[in-house]
Write a protein that binds this ligand. Structure first.
Ligand code: GLU
Length: 307
């Protein structure tokens, strides 16, 4: 007799980078991720993406935790820190290198910008592939003398290796402005990693890029549902490719609209006025703010980008 399939235990996560204090949009995203988990009796994990040595600050880690607690976001288990997972990133890079899919890239930002013929992808100029054809002995020599380098993926080869890929997209119910209900509509999206070119998987100044560390960590933490902003929809194509190359499970993805300020610009950490810490300092009651955010009522002229 076949047993009915056990209902899936949902694991969501909120994964801030400690490069500043959280703003209202982060708070909203964290509440959505928590509600989505709670509505299904699932788990919310908190992951601090702190491997960007030039921009991450320990004081922001403490600030983020304080802001989330203040807003009533409760995560399960220990907080995960990317800075404690560097060995696993190295191991993945070794595997990809052994597949012949990575190459060192010595280009500076200025070099890349100077290549005016570079085609453009969703996030601007695509890497023109300058270092892809470098002689292996020459690359080894430059690495040996300490030339700063990143590691890029040869996207054409990688895409050929894995063939056609799809990822599961759960629609964001804008009319409800909440992720706890109405997420049943799943769409299978064809991934287009080639549109992003030879992206960086290990940075010059960080042991892994966002794409690599995020994909590995979501798998290691058993994340079943990734909820994040629309700005990262394109990144999902790259993450799906990494999953296929490294035999990792692929979670479902929910991309929520971004919030814009009264000036129509995306909320950013630079706008101190909409930091959660600022609202707290002004005496805003966290439970009222959380209820407002859940109902799609955003303070001080903030609105959904698509609305
Ligand atoms: N650390 C990333 C950010 O703050 C998280 C992206 C993600 O949720 O995948 O934008």
């Amino acid at each position: 007799m076949t047993q009915p399939a056990a209902p899936q235990h949902i694991v969501t996560r909120f994964a801030p980078s400690p490069t500043g204090r959280l703003h209202v949009g982060h708070g909203w995203s964290a509440l959505l991720a928590m509600d989505m988990a709670r509505a299904a009796g699932g788990t919310l994990r908190l992951r601090i993406e702190d491997i960007d040595g030039t921009r991450s600050r320990p004081e922001h880690v403490a600030g983020i935790i304080e802001d989330l607690r203040w807003l009533g976001v409760e995560w399960d288990g220990e907080i995960a820190f990317q800075s404690q997972r560097l060995d696993s990133y190295d191991a993945a890079l070794d595997r990809l290198r052994a597949m012949g899919l990575l190459y060192p890239c010595f280009c500076t930002r200025a070099d890349i910008q100077a290549s005016l013929t570079a085609p453009h992808g969703p996030e601007g100029a695509l890497y023109p592939g300058t270092c892809r054809g470098l002689d292996a002995a020459e690359s080894a020599r430059r690495i040996a003398v300490g030339d700063a380098h990143a590691w890029r993926i040869d996207m054409a080869q990688a895409a050929e290796r894995v063939g056609e890929l799809r990822w599961a997209s759960l629609s964001f119910p804008e009319e409800k402005q909440g992720a706890s209900t109405g997420l049943a509509r799943t769409e299978s999206v064809q991934a287009d990693p080639l549109a992003h070119g030879d992206v960086v998987l290990a940075r010059k100044d960080a042991p892994a890029s966002y794409h690599l560390s995020c994909t590995l960590d979501d798998a290691a933490m058993g994340v079943t549902h990734v909820l994040r902003g629309d700005d990262l929809r394109g990144a999902t194509d790259i993450h799906r490719l990494i999953q296929a190359l490294l035999d990792l499970p692929s979670p479902a993805y929910v991309h929520h609209p971004l919030l814009v300020g009264p000036d129509g610009r995306r909320l950013a950490k630079r706008d101190g006025s909409i930091a959660l810490a600022d609202l707290r300092a002004r005496g805003v009651a966290p439970d009222v703010l959380a209820a407002d955010l859940r109902a799609g009522r955003f303070p001080i002229g903030i609105r959904l980008a698509r609305a």
